[in-house]
Each structure stands twice: as C-alpha cells, then as structure tokens.
Design a protein around this ligand. Structure first.
Ligand code: AOS
Ligand code: ZN
Ligand code: ZN
Length: 390
C-alpha cells in the first residue's frame, strides 16, 4: 500500500473553514499589562476587516465569531452586510456572562432567580442577534464556579444550569445550535460548573439534537489525552466545535500548533478518523486565541496555516496500512505509519496548491510584503483601540 498522494486530499482541504475570533484582533494581555499596537482595530467593523484580510490571503477563514457585548453594534443587519462586503460572514455568537457585577457568584447557575433571569435574557438577546447576522451557533462558556469547598451546593448549581440551558435551547431557531464549552478552572479555582467534557456532554444530551460540546484545546489539565476526548465525542455525535489554541502552562491562548504540534496532529488524526472532516459533519473549527505581544493579523494567518498543515498531514496517514498493522498487533509498524505522516513536510505542496487557486503561495510573506500593517497604523489614529473586554 502507498499513502494517499497530496492530489487526493485537496478536495477535503478545499472545504476546510476556520472561524476567527473577533477578540483576537483587539489588544489583550494579562492582569499585569495590556500592550497596545499601532493599527489595532477600534470597532467591531475594523476587527471584521482584519479577519477578512486573513481570509483574503489564506482562503481558510470565511467567518468571524463575535462576542456580545464586546462587539455590540446598533445594527447587526448592517454589520452582516459590512462583513459580506469584505468577503466573510458572521459566525458563532459568544455570550458573555462574566463581566457584570451581578454575576459575582454565578450566572446561569446563580442561586438567585433574578440573576439567572438576567443571564438567560442575555442569551435570548444573543439569539436575536443570530437571527440578524445569520449565525447558526450560540457558544456558551461560563465563568461560573466556586473558590472554596462548601461555598455553594455543587448539585444545586448543576440543576439550575440544566434549567437555564433548557430555557435557552427552547428559544433557538430551527437552524440554530447551542455549543457548551468546558474548562476545568479559572476564573473559579475550586470548581467550575462545566469543568469537563463529561459534564458538557451530560448537559447538552439532555437538551436535544442541536446541542453539542465545544472542545477548547487549552482547557485541559497537563497530560490529558485530548485526542481521546475528540474520538469519544465524535463517536457520540456530540462534538460540535473546536476552540483551537495552544498552551504551555494554563489557558494561555497561544497560537494553535505552537506549543505542541504533535498533539495537534493527533487531534486532527482522530478528527479525520471519526468523520469530522466529512461533508455534512457537525464539527466546526474556530480559533480562540489572544495575541499579547505578537502582531495580530500575521498571528492569525500563522494559526490557520498551522491547522491547514496539520490537517494535510493527518489526511496523509495511510489508513489501510495502519489498519493492517493494528490488526496484526504490529505495535511499532502501526506507530511508524502514523509518524511517517506526521513527519511529512507538506509546506511545498500546500504553497503550490495555494498558488494554483489564485492565493499567495506564502501568505505570511505576502502579508509582510504588502505594507498593510503600516497602512493600518496610519489609518487608525484616534479613538480607543479595542481590547479584550471591549
Ligand atoms: C474562556 O476561557 C474561553 O476559552 C472562551 O471560549 C471565551 O469565549 C474566550 O476566551 C473569550 O472570552
Ligand atoms: Zn474557548
Ligand atoms: Zn479559554
């Protein structure tokens, strides 16, 4: 047997779409310092323009995810037209129930019905926005949790979460989906209310067919076998989306594939094996990253290229040979098949293929040579730069 040739995988590669987060284009940082960069967007419209530039140079990022209220505008229909005019569409709507005083002790899980009402109503507003923008996904990530054992009833919070989610799910339009993201710590440090894939799975399974789990690659304890979780969620039909990023220590939202390229390969290998790249698959790909010290547009270009390169390598796995080695319990042989694909340098083939489709062969270089960063720095003077949280 021979591994698939590059020409055989381009059909799948051509379908690949990676949604960009609007907040990746704003300034971000740690609690110690947020650095500004000349040319940083000041409005949701400018964030969308930057995302469109990434798509223009890579052909990989046709949608932009919004965060509400960070990307609040008066007219979302006009924002949709603005995005479409730039060649992209508006994607996932991310709700935000973690920046309001009222949510100090929780949002959808809060013991006070009035606070839960406010949090559920915020999601209703997000759904209205989705109708205006044509977005299909509502993504829920909750900061809810406790800091000390005994602070609140773990069980009661879980029951309240189920009730709140059911109300939100009921409100979705026929073609809309809910994806529930999990995270094992931060900002709460003793427990979070959706800490792991199991909890997300249990909660979304109780809702119905249009509720899925979102897997953020940065939200696992060190050493976690993330590809196993990918396999399991695909097997259960509940992997709705990825938030891609990478991490060295905690949830640092670094460039996907930067910290552990082999892990990204293993994840994408399971995605391919589980049908996650097949036509009609429910799995959507997004980035959830922040660029604290690096330039933001090239950082997003680098990120989508990393995903594309690793997807190509995962598609090049000789699956027939792998199955043969596995059946024969040829441990080293099976491992070698996988490693052969991982070690393949797909960059020259991808560059050629991009050029054949009218894209720059080397998008990073094309951006650097274009002088666009200088142009933005000259254009975007005055006004407040968008930041993580605005
Ligand atoms: C938070 O840690 C999560 O990764 C969320 O996906 C969130 O949407 C993003 O960080 C911006 O709030
Ligand atoms: Zn995330
Ligand atoms: Zn995160």
């Amino acid at each position: 047997m021979t591994p698939p040739r590059f020409e055989e995988i381009t059909g799948t590669l051509a379908r690949q779409a990676i949604e960009l987060p609007s907040w990746a284009f704003g300034n971000s940082g740690t609690r110690f310092k947020v650095f500004g960069t000349p040319g940083t967007p000041r409005t949701p419209q400018e964030k969308i323009a930057d995302a469109a530039k990434v798509h223009e140079l890579t052909g990989l990022a046709p949608a932009v995810a919004l965060h509400i209220p960070w990307d609040q505008v008066d007219d979302f229909t006009a924002l949709k037209a603005h995005a479409e005019g730039l060649g992209v569409r508006l994607g996932t709507i991310n709700s935000n129930t973690f920046q309001d005083e009222a949510y100090k002790f929780g949002s959808l899980t809060h013991s006070d019905a009035a606070v839960r009402r406010k949090a559920v109503d915020h999601h209703f507003r997000c759904i209205e926005i989705m109708h205006a923008t044509g977005s299909t996904d509502l993504k829920i990530w909750l900061a809810d949790g406790t800091n000390y054992p005994g602070q609140d009833s773990l069980r009661a919070r879980q029951d309240r979460l189920a009730e709140s989610l059911a109300e939100i799910y009921e409100r979705l339009g026929e073609h809309q989906r809910l994806v529930l993201e999990y995270k094992f710590f931060e900002p709460a440090f003793y427990h979070t209310d959706v800490p792991d894939w199991g909890t997300s799975f249990v909660q979304v399974s109780a809702l119905g067919d249009r509720a899925f789990t979102c897997l953020d690659t940065g939200h696992h304890a060190p050493g976690t076998n993330i590809e196993f979780i990918v396999m399991q969620l695909l097997r259960l039909g509940k992997l709705g989306s990825f938030d891609f990023n990478s991490r060295f220590y905690a949830d640092d939202d670094l460039i996907v594939g930067a910290a552990d390229p082999f892990q990204l390969f293993r994840v994408l290998h399971e995605v391919v094996a589980g049908g996650g790249l097949d036509e009609g698959s429910p799995v959507r790909f997004m980035l959830d990253q922040c660029h604290n010290v690096e330039e933001k547009i090239p950082a997003q270009i680098r990120s989508v290229l990393n995903v594309q390169e690793m997807t190509a390598r995962a598609l090049l796995v000789d699956r027939a040979e792998l199955a043969k080695a596995q059946d024969a319990h040829d441990v080293l042989g099976a491992n070698e098949v996988l490693m052969d694909a991982f070690q393949t340098d797909v960059r020259p083939a991808l560059a050629q293929w991009r050029a054949s489709r009218g894209l720059p062969a080397e998008p990073m270089r094309a951006y650097a040579d274009s002088g666009h960063a200088r142009f933005l720095a000259e254009q975007r003077v005055g006004g407040a730069q968008a930041g993580w949280g605005a």
